[in-house]
Design a binder for this molecule. Structure first.
Ligand code: ATR
Length: 270
């Protein structure tokens, strides 16, 4: 029997997840059906209840429900608890199990696909909202020295304080970055959504630096800035999207798809 999965969001029509998981299933010979389901903003728990009733095996969760999903779980992984957010649910033995594969997806894309090891590198994370919060703990597993900078400096300082037990991390506003250089700069702000640019000082990219925008689908002002400022490599978040999906697929099906042909297919299509 075909096992059913879905991605739940609002809005969700634009989601590439059904296409990605369908390609994974075809590649690995798994008999699954994966669809996008829009949940009412005030009806996430009811949507999940309906899916469980209908026999779905699990789902992905996207904006704006990742925090609701975390609260709904009977059990969660350590990385989900660190993020206080869940993007992958498993419906198993009458329980809701929650994981967060976003950070692992980011790490796999930066370290494996882009070939940039983070150990002892100077890494700058831009933003202190949900997207940034979700990747701090996984980033620490790769061993960088981390600086978190945000438009609202106090939020960056609070985020750094929250994770100060895990590694070397400081939080600040954008102006405090003047005169500093970073090997990797990751944009986890929502600025690209409104075609805006975080107010970064010039000269923050070290020689050979990687600029990474967690958004995908178009060149953001941050990516343009990075090119103009001489970043050696500039990447969007499409690889992260595919990698977090592969990690979710592995949790559900216990088989790991090869992400490279899928990423190549998506790049060819965009
Ligand atoms: P998300 O879930 O996408 O992280 P969020 O939790 O609302 O969304 O957080 C948005 C992040 O993008 C915040 O870090 C926000 O900065 P503030 O905390 O100062 O609001 C950042 N952000 C949004 N628009 C921005 C812009 N135009 N320039 C710089 N940062 C921006």
């Amino acid at each position: 029997m075909t096992d059913r999965y879905a991605v739940i969001g609002n809005p969700v029509a634009h989601s590439k997840s059904p296409h990605i998981h369908t390609l994974f299933a075809r590649q690995t010979g798994q008999d699954i059906h994966y669809e996008a389901i829009e949940s009412p903003l005030d009806g996430f728990a009811a949507t999940i209840a309906r899916l469980r009733e209908a026999g779905y095996k699990g789902c992905n969760v996207t904006v704006p429900f990742k925090f609701d999903a975390f609260r709904l779980c009977d059990r969660t992984t350590g990385r989900a608890r660190a993020a206080q957010a869940v993007n992958t649910l498993l419906f198993q033995d009458g329980e809701i199990l929650g994981d967060n594969t976003d950070g692992a997806g980011l790490l796999a894309d930066i370290e494996n696909n882009l070939g940039c090891a983070l150990l002892f590198k100077q890494v700058l994370l831009l933003g202190a909202g949900g997207a940034a919060h979700g990747v701090v703990w996984p980033l620490f597993n790769a061993g960088p020295t981390l600086t978190i900078a945000n438009r609202t400096a106090e939020k960056a300082r609070q985020l750094a304080e929250e994770f100060s037990g895990y590694g070397t991390v400081t939080g600040c506003g954008y102006d405090a970055l003047a005169g500093r250089r970073f090997d990797v700069v990751i944009n986890a702000t929502a600025s690209g959504l409104s075609d805006e640019m975080p107010a970064l000082p010039e000269g923050i990219f070290a020689s050979g630096a990687l600029a990474y925008d967690m958004m995908y689908g178009r060149e953001t002002p941050f990516m343009k800035f990075a090119r103009e400022q001489g970043a050696a490599r500039v990447a969007d978040g499409l690889g992260m999207l595919v990698e977090q999906a592969a990690e979710a697929f592995f949790k559900w099906r216990e088989i790991r798809p090869d992400t490279h042909p899928v990423l190549a297919a998506l790049r060819g299509a965009t």
